[in-house]
Design a protein around this ligand. Structure first.
Ligand code: GLC
Ligand code: CA
Length: 553
């Protein structure tokens, strides 16, 4: 495959996109919650880091039952986070720095506070207002049993019974996530049109794309048949609500809208589907990117990682779409912990998988592996996604006091699974040990006053501290991103596998560029290898365990 020069290719073919979880990024007004103005003040940091695009998690008005993934109004900004004017300024300023801007769209469900859902509750069964959501009569003599056996991703039944306008118990509505997140009925024309308006609303404001939440949801199998098994977030078994063929029709319509705007607007799918299904979302008339959760789900093991990369590239053959590598996001345990403890990434519904045995966690080894993994990901063909704090090597916070946990999974799992808050703790910007480590740009907060408390010692990961140390994780990312930017052969393109031993994942890219990742005993680099960057300082040609290197030769 011959490639067009980078300047002529759509930007999303090899962009490195940085995910901002707005509530935890930077707080401009000292209320303990991140906001739009906070992000704006950190744009110079992002520019210096060398990323190409920002994806911001939902910033719309929301009761925050699932921190923004419960949207009450898709065409405005949450007052705690700012205003539409602030949002527009942020988009414009990012663009001024040459950074693309992606917003998060949540089409599977809204908040129960959305005007449409409130109208549906007031309206009669069978009404047009109810048809926008998934209302059904219950089973049993008096409709007292849920319409089917579907389970919510966060735990418990996926159905909630309502009290009708006359005060009597009545119909049930479907919520694949929390009760406060009712699923839309995508067979309804008004729902489809509403989302097309929402896309245009943000495209008109200049956004370059959308991260599509639960992109494999939306369409449900007709008749809503029983599953007869436990539902899990990442489950290869067919589910009557995941990955239905009908979703592709929606993306074909959306693609037409993206293409009617200039500048390669795009969609990136959050689709937890099988490796075989994933390329379907990436057909030329559908979405540009789809997070590669198969990669995210690989534990730190040469054989598994190599197999998953190979499969990804093979499955994408023929679609023309690039791979989109990702290790972390706001839903999974930080990779420093995962890689150390041999955990997979996707086991979000199983607390054992999320945390494993953290008593034995070694931050030194975890950090070393996380650094090695970073150079692997950033040398692979295609684009990559980085989650805020990943560039600082932040570990998972595993000891948030139970009374401070906010993830609905904690409650809905019957207080068994602490959920995802451990990867959402606010970012340490300064080492200052008394306050919230610079999270509040006004410095008037304590670490306890941040919406999720920051642990003691969080300052050792702070940006200002890492900036002073050329061997820090932050500098590793900065150097790697700079090399990637200047190196024509990195990003989009092909790779050639190299045999360097069972425990080594090794490949070359265009222009004599090589990446070796060693998972086992020390190996020697080829004679004449000119090292460009390594995940830790090297002695001569020796590449120790859990270390990556980029070299020419
Ligand atoms: C996605 C989001 C997750 C959210 C869920 C429901 O998986 O990434 O944070 O809880 O959708 O919207
Ligand atoms: Ca704030």
């Amino acid at each position: 495959m011959s490639l067009a020069p980078r300047a002529e290719r759509p930007w999303w073919r090899d962009a490195v996109t940085y995910q901002i979880y707005i509530r935890s990024y930077a707080d401009s007004n000292g209320d303990g919650k991140g906001d739009v103005e906070g992000i704006r003040s950190r744009l110079p940091y992002l520019k210096a880091l060398g990323i190409n695009a920002i994806w911001i998690t939902p910033w719309y008005p929301s009761p925050q039952k699932d921190h923004g993934y419960d949207v009450a109004d898709y065409m405005d900004i949450e007052p705690d986070y700012g205003t539409l004017e602030h949002a527009q300024e942020l988009i414009n300023e990012a663009h001024g720095l040459g950074i693309k801007f992606i917003v998060d769209i949540v089409p599977n469900h809204s908040s129960d506070q959305h005007v449409w859902f409130q109208e549906a509750l007031r309206s009669a069964p069978g009404s047009a207002a109810r048809d926008r959501y998934m209302f059904r009569d219950g089973k049993g003599e008096n409709g007292e049993l849920p319409p089917n056996d579907w389970e919510a991703v966060f735990g418990g039944s996926a159905w909630q019974r309502i009290v009708e306008a006359d005060g009597q118990l009545g119909q049930w509505y479907l919520h694949l996530f929390a009760e406060s997140q009712p699923d839309f009925n995508w067979e309804n024309k008004e729902v489809r049109e509403h989302f097309e308006d929402i896309l245009r609303f943000w495209l008109d404001r200049g956004v370059d794309g959308f991260r599509i939440d639960v992109a494999h949801g939306m369409v449900k199998e007709p008749g809503l048949p029983d599953v007869k098994a436990d539902s899990k977030m990442l489950d290869k078994d067919a589910r009557p609500y995941w990955d239905q063929p009908g979703v592709h029709e929606i993306y074909r319509e959306w693609r037409k809208i993206f293409d009617s705007y200039s500048g390669h607007r795009m969609g990136v799918a959050e689709a937890w589907v099988s490796a075989e299904s994933l390329p379907l979302y990436l057909r030329p008339d559908e979405l540009a990117n789809s997070f590669n959760f198969q990669f995210l789900d690989s534990k730190w093991d040469a054989k598994i990682i190599k197999k998953n990369i190979k499969e990804t590239l093979k499955n994408l053959e023929g679609t023309g779409a690039p791979a989109s590598w990702v290790y972390e996001n706001h839903d999974v345990t930080r990779k420093v912990n995962r890689f150390d403890r041999g955990l997979r990434g996707g086991g979000v519904s199983d607390p054992k998988q999320r945390y494993g045995n953290m008593k034995k966690f070694s931050i030194v080894r975890g950090t070393q592996r996380a650094a090695a993994g970073a150079l692997l990901m950033l040398a692979l063909p295609g684009g990559a996604y980085i989650y805020q704090g990943e560039e600082l090597g932040l570990p998972e916070v595993t000891d948030i006091p139970k009374d401070r946990l906010e993830d609905p999974r904690w409650r809905m799992s019957g207080f068994k699974d602490p959920g995802r808050d451990g990867c959402r703790v606010p970012i340490p910007w300064t080492e200052n040990p008394d306050g919230a480590y610079g999270f509040s740009t006004r410095h008037s907060l304590t670490a306890q006053e941040a919406w999720l408390p920051q642990p003691k010692g969080w300052g050792s990961f702070a940006v200002d501290k890492q900036e002073q140390n050329q061997n820090s994780m932050l500098w590793l990312y900065r150097k790697a991103l700079k090399i990637r930017q200047n190196e024509e052969g990195l990003g989009d393109g092909e790779l050639t596998w190299i045999k360097a031993g069972k425990e080594v994942v090794a490949f070359s890219r265009e222009g004599n560029f090589n990446c070796w990742v060693n998972f086992g005993k020390t190996v020697k680099l080829p004679k004449g290898a000119k090292v460009i960057l390594s995940s830790q300082p090297l002695k001569g040609r020796k590449l120790p365990k859990d270390t990556s290197v980029w070299f020419r030769g």
